[in-house]
Design a protein around this ligand. Structure first.
Ligand code: UTP
Length: 291
């Protein structure tokens, strides 16, 4: 079945990037000239997704404003002969896709945020694009996962190999090869201790899941320590039923929920930017001489 719906959970507290995320949602932090969440919506659209639900919460209304028309601004730009390009870009944002919004009333974890989208998704497979993970790729990462879902009829988690030190912050996967960059996933452990590491493959930012996951999430107890319902525990059940694959996707992933990730994203995207790329490269070269 074709994947046509996506959820972007963007209701987290963003504590790792405070105080930047105190009044501005971390998903609205920019990479050069666009907020992170716009890159993510554009990736979903480029992957063939038709309907997108963004999960927000109190204080994240600016995300809705960003995907709406801004009439005063647009009429102002219309009257400036040399600002037609930017007017077109602003108009395009409001017409990118069918973008819907839903509030997660309590920050109870990623699994809980996904469960909030149950009525929106219905009985279809769906993609989850984590709202703070931007992936830059000529071949959109979500598209790569959707193709794997459509080929195998199994959930698909997007993975990358990370260092032994980094895996303890993510989720380790027990995998065996299927074809090229696709593996069967047998088990997952969130934030493993060094003894629990099963491989250095970690889920980074994208998953495509079957609708059966909702019943599994609904039965999942909140984590005893954090009180949150994560998405890993329900995915373990899918894996144990033989219904989960891992796709090592092409693309560079930036963690916009992390200070270093924000700087890496801005630096690398700026170097390739059509308007400022050359000037920025010269600036970086000069700066490097002083380091
Ligand atoms: P994270 O765990 O990276 O986000 O969740 P966080 O909770 O904001 O992180 P800290 O506070 O800096 O550690 C991954 C994605 O899931 C969303 C977040 O917005 C992020 O995009 N999320 C997380 C929700 O939508 N709801 C939640 O209850 C938790």
């Amino acid at each position: 079945m074709k994947v046509k719906k996506a959820i972007i959970p963007a209701a987290g507290l963003g504590t790792r990037v405070l105080p930047a995320s105190k009044a501005v949602p971390k998903e609205m932090l920019n990479i050069v000239d666009k907020p992170a969440i716009q890159y993510i919506v554009e990736e979903a659209v480029a992957s063939g997704i038709e309907d997108i639900l963004i999960i927000t919460n109190r204080g994240k209304g600016v995300i809705e404003d960003h995907f709406d028309h801004a009439f005063e601004l647009e009429s102002n730009l219309k009257n400036s002969a040399n600002k037609q390009d930017i007017l077109e870009q602003c108009n395009k944002i409001a017409n990118l896709a069918n973008v819907y919004f839903l509030r997660q009333k309590e920050t109870k974890g990623l699994g809980h945020a996904v469960l909030c989208a149950r009525n929106f998704v219905g009985n279809e497979p769906f993609a989850v694009l984590y709202g703070d993970d931007v992936i830059i790729s000529d071949n959109p990462a979500t598209k790569q996962l959707c193709e794997a879902y459509e080929k195998y009829g199994c959930g698909a988690v997007g993975v990358k190999e990370v260092s032994r030190q980094a895996i303890t912050k993510y989720c380790t996967l027990d995998v065996s090869p299927l074809e090229d960059n696709i593996m069967k996933c047998h088990n997952l452990i969130e934030k493993p201790s060094p003894e629990e590491i099963m491989s250095l493959y970690a889920i980074l930012g994208r998953v495509v899941l079957p609708p059966e996951i909702f019943d599994i999430i609904a039965k999942t107890e909140p984590d005893k320590k954090s009180g949150e319902v994560n998405l890993t525990v329900p995915m373990v059940e899918l894996a144990k039923q033989g219904k989960l694959n891992a796709v090592e996707y092409e693309g560079i992933r930036y963690d916009m929920g992390d200070k270093l990730g924000i700087m890496q994203a801005n630096c690398e995207v700026a170097l390739k930017h059509s308007e400022i790329g050359e000037d920025f490269k010269n600036y970086i070269k000069e700066l490097a001489k002083t380091l």
